[in-house]
Write a protein that binds this ligand. Structure first.
Ligand code: GLA
Length: 681
């Protein structure tokens, strides 16, 4: 388990300068265009109320055309022009795409895949973050930029690199891995013995007798060692983080007072541990690209936004990138229906985002992403997409006062990086169980019921939550298990799913019956796993809605003190417990040994929520209408209502609708697909 920022309580204030109004705009790559287009950009940005541009993300080759020779004139002109047009700049360090001269000078800094293939330039992201020559070159360009633009009036924030997430298995990575392992397990024979124990190297003749024998998990003959794989993932996240913090520190030294961030790739991204990274940025910034244009996409917006807010300790965060209109579904570019740009964007803002930024401002006419959607599409500004962008910009101007306000929740779903990584191992009972899928299912069930939800790490202080869901948190440290025990003992309501608490922090099984870390809290003991093949389900008996089924996983479970709420209805497990509830201390702990269908999961979590005294943001809100609230200083708050259904809806509300400017005196009428942001009177 990785360290966590702690959501809950009153979030600390944002660093000065990170939030002022709603930031609207996106990646701006003017180096692809000429002066006539720039002039049109200025006009269109004003027309669309754009106030923020992310600049220079991939500009290394133009900024440093030869090693040590810098050309900043063109970037000076871009920043001056944007400033004159009232647009603030998030200035990137361009280190995600070293120029071709770098490859030829430092071929050892090119990344190597697990099977030993070296990758070359011709795309982007071709570098190994552990290569000293790469780190030196990255620091040099970051330092030059910081010194040049420290006092520029357009500069609002630094954006280090882009989407840290590349991996490498080269010799530099191997050397770094061994250093990291020595720091973790201790140097010398004692440390090596601890590593051998943690990785279980007594099996398959893997015992290491010298540090030099240890390699990254390269391509090998059969199943790799799970402990080695987990530690390499931990090491690599830390290595990338060190690359980030080095640049951050150079920027801070040379341009004091300017906040520094980097764009995280959203909750699905598997390479870095967002909990430990979030502590190192001045404000959390997240890119989010939907993979479904349908209802799954809507739930995903809520999940991503709750995650982004939570990894940052509950503070407002920046939506750094999203796609304006298109979702890539199985390789196809699928348009979201008209109106979704506003509705989807408000979905993030309602859950704590203080910006709506896109990739990118103007669609490219060449290059690898020439078909990527943009606020100004190939067809130009006389288009639906640009009209929707201008409408969104106008709305966000009216929401300026919302910036800096916070969202609070009484329920939390745990998300744990180590569990995600460990469940990626081969040789587990089912390759289909993914921690984040189960977390997402639990979050979506609460979302469908209108219950506000944080995301928390298992070692966070959970005491402020009334309901905590533990979704396939496969790996639990002793300390995290103790936190969950204390939480429940003290009156908390805990819902635990299958595949939680099975392994310790080195990915060794906790023996004596599953789930070893949580048996006592749950009052159960499982002795066999029966994972379900894809496309099959297990029928459940009473206490779940008629016809409910379990998915993904089942197990041979016995109650040891727990009350049985539902049993398996057929097959070898017929009659055995499937879902249980146990009183532990002054709290209650539910156990789901399978993943119930949506309806049954909704009903179960709603029942747990009501037992915990957790209520929806607006009890009785009509189905399909998402309601959330942001709280400002004092008693001020804003109610966000987004109607995703094609039926009109009415809700109780009093205040001023900032979207229409109308006063609402008791009942808010929301048209089909309508949105409202009610500032309390
Ligand atoms: C990422 C990158 C951008 C761009 C978009 C396209 O988020 O940061 O540079 O490639 O994806 O979706």
């Amino acid at each position: 388990m990785r360290g966590s920022a702690t959501p809950g309580g009153t979030p600390p204030p944002n660093p000065p300068g990170t939030h002022s109004g709603m930031w609207f705009g996106g990646d701006y790559n003017p180096e692809q265009w000429d002066a006539a287009v720039w002039a049109q950009d200025d006009v269109l940005m004003r027309e669309a109320s754009v106030n923020t541009a992310t600049v220079g993300v991939f500009s290394w080759a133009l900024l440093e055309p030869a090693e040590g020779r810098f050309e900043f004139g063109w970037l000076d002109a871009v920043l001056d022009r944007l400033h004159a047009n009232g647009v603030r700049v998030i200035l990137a360090t361009p280190t995600a795409s070293p120029p071709p001269w770098f490859t030829l000078a430092y071929p050892d800094a090119m990344p190597v895949t697990r099977d030993g293939t070296r990758l070359w330039h011709g795309s982007r992201d071709t570098y190994c973050a552990a290569a000293p020559s790469y780190r030196r070159a990255a620091l040099r360009i970051a330092g030059e930029l910081a010194r040049r633009y420290a006092g520029h009036p357009a500069l609002a924030m630094w954006h280090v690199h882009n989407e840290y997430g590349t991996r490498c298995w080269c010799d530099h990575a191997a050397a770094g891995f061994r250093r990291w392992l020595r720091a973790r397990y201790g140097d010398g024979d004692h440390g090596l013995a601890a590593l051998n124990e943690a990785w279980g190297t007594a099996f398959w003749s893997q015992r290491y007798s010298a540090w030099e024998q240890i390699l990254p998990p390269l391509a090998t003959q059969y199943l790799p060692n799970p402990g080695q794989d987990l530690d390499f993932r931990r090491f690599w996240s830390d290595e990338l983080l060190a690359a980030f913090t080095q640049q951050r520190d150079v920027l801070r030294q040379n341009s004091p007072g300017i906040p520094v961030t980097t764009n995280f790739m959203g909750p699905d991204h598997l390479v870095v541990d967002a909990w430990s990274w979030a502590r190192e940025v001045d404000v959390v910034a997240v890119d989010h690209y939907l993979s479904s244009a349908g209802p799954r996409g809507l739930a995903d917006i809520a999940f991503c936004a709750d995650w982004a807010r939570s990894v940052g300790g509950g503070r407002p965060w920046l939506l750094m990138e999203q796609a304006p209109s298109v979702v890539i579904e199985n390789g196809l570019m699928v348009h979201r229906e008209p109106g979704r740009m506003l509705r989807d964007s408000l979905g993030y803002v309602a859950r704590g985002a203080d910006s709506v930024l896109f990739f990118q401002w103007r669609a490219s006419r060449s290059g690898a992403e020439m078909y990527h959607p943009a606020l100004v599409p190939h067809a130009g500004p006389d288009t639906r997409i640009f009209a929707e962008a201008a409408e969104l910009g106008a709305v966000l101007r009216r929401l300026a006062g919302v910036a800096g306000s916070v969202v609070t929740a009484d329920a939390a779903v745990l998300v744990d990086t180590d569990s995600r990584w460990a469940l990626e191992s081969r040789g587990l009972p089912s390759p289909h169980v993914r921690h984040l899928d189960v977390a997402r299912a639990a979050h979506a069930a609460l979302w469908r019921s209108g219950i506000g939800c944080d995301i928390a790490a298992p070692d966070a202080d959970l005491s402020r939550y009334r309901l905590v869901v533990v979704p396939a948190v496969y790996l639990l440290t002793d300390a995290a298990a103790a936190t969950l025990r204390r939480y429940t003992d003290g009156g908390g309501h805990l819902v635990v799913t299958f595949c939680s608490g099975i392994a310790d922090e080195s990915h060794r099984i906790r023996i004596g019956g599953y789930p070893g870390a949580l048996r006592d809290i749950l009052g159960i003991r499982a002795e066999e796993f029966h994972p379900l093949p894809p496309g099959t389900t297990a029928r459940l008996s009473a206490a779940t809605p008629t016809g409910a089924h379990g998915n993904l996983w089942t197990e041979r479970l016995r109650a040891e003190g727990a009350e049985i709420l539902a049993r398996y209805a057929d097959g070898v497990l017929a009659g055995l417990p499937a879902i249980t509830r146990h009183c532990y201390g002054t709290g209650t702990a539910w156990y789901l040994s399978t993943l119930p269908d949506d309806d049954a999961l909704d009903a179960l979590l709603l029942e747990a929520a009501s037992a915990a005294g957790v209520r929806p943001a607006l009890p009785g809100a009509p189905p399909g209408v998402c309601v959330t609230r942001r709280h400002g200083n004092g008693a001020r708050s804003w109610l966000f209502a987004v109607n995703h259904s094609d039926r009109a809806a009415t809700l109780p509300a009093v205040g001023v609708d900032l979207i229409t400017g109308r006063e609402v005196t008791g009942t808010l009428e929301l048209p089909p697909h309508g949105v409202a942001v009610i500032r309390d009177a």
